[in-house]
Design a protein around this ligand. Sequence first.
Ligand SMILES: [Ca+2]
Length: 382
Amino acid sequence: MTLFRSLATLVALSLTLTSVSSSDAAQKQRHTKKKTRAKTVVAAPVLTYAEHPDALRFAAELELAAGWEPGWAQQWLSQAQQLPAVVRLVTPAPAGTAKNWSAYCERFVEPKRIAAGTRFWQDNADTLQRAEAIYGVPAWLIVGIIGVETLYGQHTGQFRTLDALATLSFDFPTAHPRAAQRAAYFRTELEALLRLAHNSGIAPTEWRGSYAGAMGLPQFMPSNWSKLGVDFDEDGRIDLLRSPADAIGSVANYMRAFGWQTGLPTHYAVELNATDEQMSTLLAPDILPSFQPDDLPKLGASPVNMAASHAGLLALVRLENGDPDAGGKPPSHVLGTQNFYVITRYNWSSYYAMAVITLGQTVQSQLPGKSLPSGCGIENKL
Ligand SMILES: [Ca+2]
């Protein structure tokens, strides 16, 4: 990790704290005349980017490119704090941990989130219908995404986005295999945040979100906020933190922008009878749809219940269920369509996409008059 050069706003600070002083505790102390003991706590130094050479250069270049008053970006970046927790959170986990679809899915498709999703759907039924009509993106998909991302706005993240993005831009952990590219990506997001703040008049220090800089009910990165965000309640501004309507319209717009095809299913069940060699061929393109449906049976993968009219390429998607050698189950497979792939443009993971689909459709199955497959099982519901 690149160590910080700029010195702290606060250097090791000594604080003298007295013990708890609730009224009950205070009274007891008076009665017993017991002496309060002092504790000394040493706070960790807070490091800012006020004197970080890369940050200063970044700010100066941005001010010039954007035509801002000199010093504007620098002034805000000087207040950005390095967050060690963010560095820890983006450091890759040790290799060798088997993924587990059932465990992943059950974190999201559970009673509390399904109930919150049902309320969200009912509270926003008209808006969801309007988004479906305008963008051709089904309500269940929007409800699935906002539910998996933030539990319908309950967990939008408490990190100051300016701090998170400055840390990821200038102190991305070098242990990451693509550290340079990731740091470059986060600099474009830091720039987008500063542009959002400059344009909206909301100070850069006011924005909050995840450790990776994602904000609001749909967890949009700053660049997507300006490129794909929609003022769907037409109040004159895009507010993805407080306006469910803006969040709904923005998620639908995002999906359409990445190629969502109205009416196309996300995936089909598959009957597998492939040799090891065929399996390697089938899995090589990962989740990118690459196979003509007619060619799949020749590779030992036959679609089940696929519409005869289905047009478009398919991908064999594998979801691990733990390590079969350590008590896990064999992997699950589906054939993903272009629409499955589109969901992974929101978050690059087939586990994520399948959890979004499962949550959205399970919530839909709770609504009056709807009966859809629900639950985390894959093979038995298609
Ligand atoms: Ca709005």
